[in-house]
Design a protein around this ligand. Sequence first.
Ligand SMILES: Nc1ncnc2c1ncn2[C@@H]1O[C@H](COP(=O)(O)OP(=O)(O)OP(=O)(O)O)[C@@H](O)[C@H]1O
Length: 240
Amino acid sequence: MTEHVIRTSGLTKRFGNRTAIDQVDLDVPAGCAFGLLGVNGAGKTTLIRMLLGLTPASSGRMWLLGLPVPAQRTRALRRVGAIVEEPRFHPHLSGRDNLRAAAAFRGPGAAGRVDAVLDRVGLSDRAGERVGGYSLGMRQRLGIARCLLSDPQLLILDEPTNGLDPAGIHETRALMRSFVAEGRTVVVSSHLLVEVEKTCDAAAIIDRGRIVAQGRIRELTSGGSLEERFLELTAHLHHA
Ligand SMILES: Nc1ncnc2c1ncn2[C@@H]1O[C@H](COP(=O)(O)OP(=O)(O)OP(=O)(O)O)[C@@H](O)[C@H]1O
């Protein structure tokens, strides 16, 4: 087990003359829930896409589970589960059959885990129904179940509670915490302070592509609230 599940050094992404990710040095320790907190457009999705090798870096270096990316991307990603956009499924197939189909593309053992991961996300009772009839919260949970098929050490979720009702939010948070309780790591992006404060042990605050603070939530807030600290660090946004 590596000490840091994600590490980046001077990571930068330019789209034309816009710098979306600017010299990011990110350290995500193993075994915690880690939040990437930033307003819309701060660069959270771009950073996650870069970590997964979906968006190439302009410069800088990164490691996933101790392995250099992109050089050893395939090996690293075998132990990483991620949801970057709303998960897509075959609507006419049942939840279970969707997972069975997905398992065929995962490593050995994935097919044997289908029922266990359905149970894990609380979908066992509804697994025989067509996904077309699932609520957004159920599809989100099925998406997490699909990630768990490959028994990942690291789960990366981009805005996982977006659009969910309170029960869905609660279930997603509980799932993340149970994953961390097993010694695994969850990285979750959010523009919601309360989300990060409630779910995460540590966080990085991203502002205009830069990390302006990172560490354990307690250290970040230094006695005050995360909201006060966040507003202080992003003051330019409110005085523009
Ligand atoms: N493919 C692209 N081409 C050009 N600019 C892009 C591209 N992808 C992202 N950007 C820009 O990079 C910046 C960061 O966007 P990103 O989507 O990563 O932010 P975010 O923090 O995830 O925001 P949101 O919460 O709205 O998803 C924005 O200014 C965005 O316009």
